[in-house]
Design a protein around this ligand. Sequence first.
Ligand SMILES: C[S@@+](CC[C@H](N)C(=O)[O-])C[C@H]1O[C@@H](n2cnc3c(N)ncnc32)[C@H](O)[C@@H]1O
Length: 363
Amino acid sequence: MTTIDQPTAAPTEIDEQKLMGFVFKAVDEVGATLNCALVVMGDKLGYYRALADRGPLTPSLLADATATGIHYAREWLNAQAAGGYVEYHPADGTYTLPPEHAIALTDPDSPAYLPGFFQIAFGTVHDSPAVVAAASVGDGVGWHEHGDDVFVGCERFFRPGYNANLVSSWLPAMDGVVPKLIAGARVADLGCGHGASTIVMAKAFPQSTFVGSDYHPGSIATARERAAEAGVADRVRFEVADAGSYSGTGYDLVTTFDALHDMGDPIGAARHVHSTLADDGRWMIVEPAAGDRVEDNLNPVGRAYYGFSTLLCTPASLSQDVGLAIGTQAGPARINDITTTAGFTGFRVVAGTPFNNVLEVWK
Ligand SMILES: C[S@@+](CC[C@H](N)C(=O)[O-])C[C@H]1O[C@@H](n2cnc3c(N)ncnc32)[C@H](O)[C@@H]1O
């Protein structure tokens, strides 16, 4: 033990082991910080795909397979091996991607697919100087002010969860919604981004019609392309609109996927949902998984989401009128406050995954 003299308090005993334990935890996190860019690099250059498809590879074989520079392939492989993403085999100098890691890193249809999570984190960190400048004066940074890695990363992160859960478990957990969708319902999807959720629903329920809306014109342009590619453009209309003023009334179902907490005026949006929902309609609110108290969220998922909240979602809300800034980890009780204030009487948590809470709201 050593001691440090504090000017106003008694000398504090320093536990050297605890100090060095913290330093080495931080070293690990510096490696993890760089690994975010390395995963994005491996995804964009096709390194993971080549390892998954071709089995054990030397740096030279990986460079050939991806038409990239050998020195980058070698250093990237070593960083990945040190981080436990790939395995190194000293006997023959090859590297392999374990099959489980291959699913998480190369299979966009798996709910475990990770590259989108890294891509949105990478884009968020890349854009963080604007957030630091805004924080110093209490301003916001709009969602639309970010780069493509945030928009595309968001779509790629959330889509596997929607594919895996939305039709099979989230919608069936809501009262009477699936029979209406099968028969032909009118659905509004607010803050739809690139339209991943809208298109999943449109493909599953061919008798229903969908209006996806988002205030960001670039996202709506991409959503229209995605709907055309998926062959559902005849039943899905996308419009540029704020959640407080999107078009239409009498909807059987309104949905909001990972977007309510990004809005400046979620109460205003909730009031508009109330006025556009049929009397027996339902509002599905999907929000990031969170408990109601800070201490409920002090875990790895909460850590990632508080990070996104600080650098992406809270600045987005602050950039808009009202700027309520409820945060990414607001929790169901806070969302219930918002919907009740807007005039809804019914609220329940109907489903959840490690990444999302699914809430059902009615008049
Ligand atoms: C985290 S993204 C989620 C996008 C999409 N729902 C998804 O799950 O992939 C949040 C979305 O909310 C949109 N948004 C933020 N504020 C909005 C507002 N006031 N009205 C409409 N959309 C808004 C953003 O443009 C962005 O597309």
